[in-house]
Design a protein around this ligand. Structure first.
Ligand SMILES: Nc1ncnc2c1ncn2[C@@H]1O[C@H](COP(=O)(O)OP(=O)(O)OP(=O)(O)O)[C@@H](O)[C@H]1O
Length: 308
């Protein structure tokens, strides 16, 4: 059996090709996603996430390059009910109730999941009789999720699925989604919430200015910046004491502790523990936020070099 769910090969999408200012929304994107993976497309506004996912969903065509979903075209995968999506907005009729909406969409499929089951899995059974117009943003997202489950897709695409949800709703949503993933679905979601990618995805594909800037397991992406935060207990320490350590920056001294960043945490730790009064040493990897900023800067520099 072929284990590949999605393969993009040198995909480009340029809007307004013939205008004076074409927009290169996606540039030479190549990646392979296997069945059962949970992947976050992470990037700032305008990075090209929605455009990439729209192409996977067959809503727009690449300018060039190829996209294969389960070995065929996106259109074929959609027709077979193997791929479905929870998109950012739109697509709901305000005057229908939640139950009517789910039953109506279910009637369009040959072998859908039972509407009650879809509502139950999306956690909206209690909302069955409520009009869509009266549902909160988060509840409407759950309804879209119930609709996406109807064809029992192998690949679920979620474009900023928790936009408009508060913290509790967001956590509930991801709890449901984890259960779906355990059932063997491939899940790809776009987000600019670094924490969401960090907590939920197994793999992060970082995109900035239409280009892939990093791709790997979540922990690996966090490691990519190299910089680590070192914290030690050292009463009466001064900034001058820390300056002799390698690559120190961002020093913060509070009460009896000092915290700083360094690109060579091992060397700093060796000196701290053998040549100074420092004790209780902790080393942390930089957060995803820092990794993202550093990688975006690197991508900008690379892009500037390429165009100069
Ligand atoms: N139909 C279009 N015509 C012209 N430009 C477009 C079109 N759709 C998107 N773009 C441009 O393509 C770039 C990528 O947009 P896209 O919506 O894919 O980014 P995104 O990463 O999903 O951003 P966000 O997080 O804000 O949703 C942006 O510069 C956007 O303005």
């Amino acid at each position: 059996m072929n284990d590949i769910a999605l393969r993009l090969t040198n995909v480009n999408k340029t809007f307004n090709v013939h205008s004076a200012e074409p927009v290169r929304a996606v540039r030479d994107l190549s990646l392979t996603i296997n069945r059962g993976e949970i992947v976050a497309f992470l990037g700032p506004n305008g990075a090209g996430k929605t455009t990439s996912l729209d192409m996977v969903l067959g809503l727009t065509e690449p300018t060039n390059g190829t996209i294969e979903v389960f070995g065929g075209t996106p259109a074929k995968a959609i027709a077979a009910g193997r791929i479905s999506a929870v998109l950012q907005s739109g697509g709901l009729l305000a005057d229908l109730t939640v139950g009517e909406t789910v039953r109506m969409i279910a009637s369009l499929y040959a072998n859908p999941l039972a509407p009650e089951e879809a509502m139950s899995r999306a956690g909206i059974t209690k909302l069955e009789k409520r009009r869509v117009s009266k549902c909160s943003g988060g509840e409407q997202q759950r309804l879209r999720f119930a609709l996406a489950l109807l064809p029992e897709p192998d690949l679920l695409i979620l474009d900023e699925p928790t936009a408009g949800m508060d913290v509790n709703a967001r956590q509930e949503f991801w709890k449901t989604m984890r259960q779906e993933a355990r059932g063997g679905r491939t899940i790809i979601f776009a987000t600019h919430y670094l924490q969401e990618a960090d907590e939920f995805a197994e793999r992060i594909v970082m995109i900035a200015a239409g280009q892939l800037i990093a791709d790997g397991p979540t922990a690996e992406i966090r490691e990519l910046t190299g910089a680590k935060t070192v914290s030690v207990r050292w009463p009466n320490v001064t900034e001058a004491d820390l300056e002799r350590l390698p690559g120190v920056s961002d020093v913060v001294i509070t009460d009896d502790r000092a915290e700083f960043k360094t690109g060579d945490a091992d060397a700093a730790a060796r000196i701290l523990l053998t040549e100074t009064p420092a004790t209780d040493l902790e080393i942390r990897s930089a957060g995803l936020d820092a990794a993202f900023t550093a990688l975006t800067e690197k991508a900008k520099e690379a892009s500037a070099r390429a165009t100069n």
